[in-house]
Design a protein around this ligand. Sequence first.
Ligand SMILES: [Fe+2]
Length: 508
Amino acid sequence: MLIDGSKVAAGLAAANALAPTGPIGLGQALADPESKLRRPGFNLAFKSLEEETFLPRIAQDGKLPKWLTGTLLRNGPALFEIGEEKFNHWFDGLAMLHAFSFAGGKVSYRNRFLRSSQYWAWKKEGRIKFSELATDPAPDPCRQIFSGVSTLPVLGRVPNANVTIEKLAGEFRAHTEIPIPVRFNPKFLNTLGIEDGAEMQGRLGTAHPHFDPETGERFSYEVELVPPSGLRIVSEKGAKRRELAFIPQSSPGYLHSFGLTRRFVVIVSQPFNFNLAKFLSPDRGPIITNYEWQPEEPTRIILVDRRRGGVVRTVETDAFFAFHHINAYEQDGKVIVDVCAHKDAGVIDALYLKKIRSGSKVPQAKYRRFEIRLSNGKMTQRDLIDAYIELPQKNYDRVNGKHYRYAYGVGLKKGSSGFIDQLVKADVKKGESRVWRERGVYPGEPVFVPRPGAKTEDDGVILSVALDGIRRRSALLVLDARDMEEIARAWVPHHIPFGFHGLYSRRT
Ligand SMILES: [Fe+2]
């Protein structure tokens, strides 16, 4: 259902009627039968949201900073089943874009599904038609009879790009781990499509490219899964594309992000290895089931020269797993690499929808720093703060690739709900962290927005879309990034399924 025009006023009235009043952050429990549970209202975090909405003004508590005039764009899965067919994993649901726009101290909200090939299969055929990371379409009986084996993944032309949003040369693009971005209009969230001639090939990419605002270069990688298999590091400047390195790998490891310093592209290559033979066999399963954790192998940190290309150094450490780099930079002849480090790849398994919904604990990541001496390759490592951290963000334009002090992320209070239940600000200089939490509230990735004219690294606000499980709806939290105190909260009248990443843009 698309709500617009005449329904807007009704929507706003409903939002206001539903929104709690009174002081912010008291977390007063409403009469909710689930409120005594360990995770009140948590079932909404992975419950489908089918409605597309535009609300020109949503209810809010507190006062927004006057300088906050822009849009927070978010991406994440929002539909977890089509008819009787279910997506298996959090990473597989249908992409929905969300926009919280700020003007004159007020907030509007819009959401819209990305018009991917999978979206149109839902609308026109009512089925899961294409393969996702951990979901394959139901077998086609005719093809099964004739081939006798399961077929290779069936990929849609327009990917279900539900992971991140990139702004590049004024264009907004949604990404997943296939190197085909999907362009969209940031005001209306309508899908504009993919590049002419973009084709699915036997390769994966990153949903987390880097952009260096000082040089105008964009960095990314591609993983070739079929021989000659390996990892290709790429830089682009306008239409000019350069291959900086190709690292042959017989069983390419799973990669999600990378780091960027002034001189290096930093790859953390982990032994969660793709098994091509299994993938080509009759019992292959969805693509992620063909990766194998091989802890007897090391995790390798690979430094690629940004300017001249080529691998400068590779160092090895005991196996660990990381989705996300936090930052990387060079100092005193060393390369510093900070990541969210998991013990192993078990976190992917823990994020199957059946497991998360059943209340299983999700493995957590530590804020780990590796220091590599460039002259001899010696490496040390340590954890910088005690708190867990994931979905990391920072003052990107100011500190990416540079010495820095603060990062922000989501985490889990030790011994608590088992899922994300707090926001964390890390002070790596002091080795301390500060948290924001409220019972029954599950916050998403914290996006840092600097105050115009800010002198210090943490002068700005944190924006996080949080599910309030007790009030059974989602809200946009606005925190002062300096002390993580809440400034304001803007309510949508429904839940927003737990998403991944987003960005703030002053201009859309
Ligand atoms: Fe990510």
